[in-house]
Design a protein around this ligand. Structure first.
Ligand code: ADP
Ligand code: MG
Length: 212
């Protein structure tokens, strides 16, 4: 079994992981983290709920964000407000000892003005539900030029919930040079279409039993 040290993460991130209490990477983390730290290749990761997907995409993205720039470099898309809040909270724990990184959750049913204010101050990582992210892009408050990573978390759920058009909009407005990471418990026809339309020869990683 590999250790987090062996995966190539920075010491300040290892310190935070140790404090959180993770001892060894889960199987999906063991496969995705080295891939994301060493290649620009797109990635589809299929793994069941509870397999540690947030750290699987979060740790390598955080490891590579430029903390000296306040510009938004990563967008994480997820199906619900609760998930956006949870992911942002996990990222705050992962970044406890890094140079200051702002992680901003954005979602509907909550004041867009407050979110715009936070965006104006600069957030290197935005975690949001697709509808609100589209609103912020349309209002030109969320700038996409420096996006290097787009993560689709629970892609199957987002598609089941009817976010297909929003995902199309967001993916077609982010730089072609981005690395696109798709995490899903299941591989549906719609997930495959998103991957065919917006990903470049993705590496496919799966771990354990997928959800049915
Ligand atoms: P998923 O997104 O695959 O459903 P999460 O990323 O939410 O899974 O992780 C599920 C739980 O496992 C969380 O409570 C998280 O803190 C914990 N966890 C993640 N990675 C590890 C690890 N390497 N060691 C121990 N616990 C972990
Ligand atoms: Mg998850």
């Amino acid at each position: 079994m590999l250790t987090f040290e062996e995966l190539g993460l920075k010491p300040e991130i290892l310190k935070a992981i140790l404090e959180i209490g993770f001892e060894n990477p889960t199987p999906i983390q063991e496969k995705t983290i080295p891939h994301l730290l060493t290649t620009q290749q797109d990635l589809i990761a299929l793994a069941q709920t509870g397999s540690g997907k947030t750290a699987a995409f979060g740790l390598p993205v955080i490891n590579q964000i430029d903390a000296d720039s306040k510009r938004t470099q990563a967008i994480i898309l997820c199906p619900t407000r609760e998930l956006a809040i949870q992911i942002a909270k996990d990222f705050d724990a992962f970044t406890k000892y890094t140079k200051k990184l702002d992680v901003l959750p954005v979602y509907g049913g909550s004041s867009i003005e407050a979110q715009i204010k936070s965006l104006n101050k600069g957030a290197q990582i935005v975690v949001g539900t697709p509808g609100r992210v589209v609103d912020l892009i349309n209002r030109k408050k969320l700038k996409l030029e420096d996006i290097q990573w787009v993560v689709l978390d629970e892609a199957d759920e987002m598609l089941n919930m009817g976010f297909k058009d929003d995902l199309d909009f967001i993916l077609s407005h982010t730089p072609e040079s981005r690395q696109t990471l798709l995490f899903s418990a299941t591989m549906s026809r719609e997930v495959l279409r998103i991957s065919n339309d917006y990903m470049n020869s993705p590496e496919e990683i799966s771990s354990g039993k997928r959800n049915q």
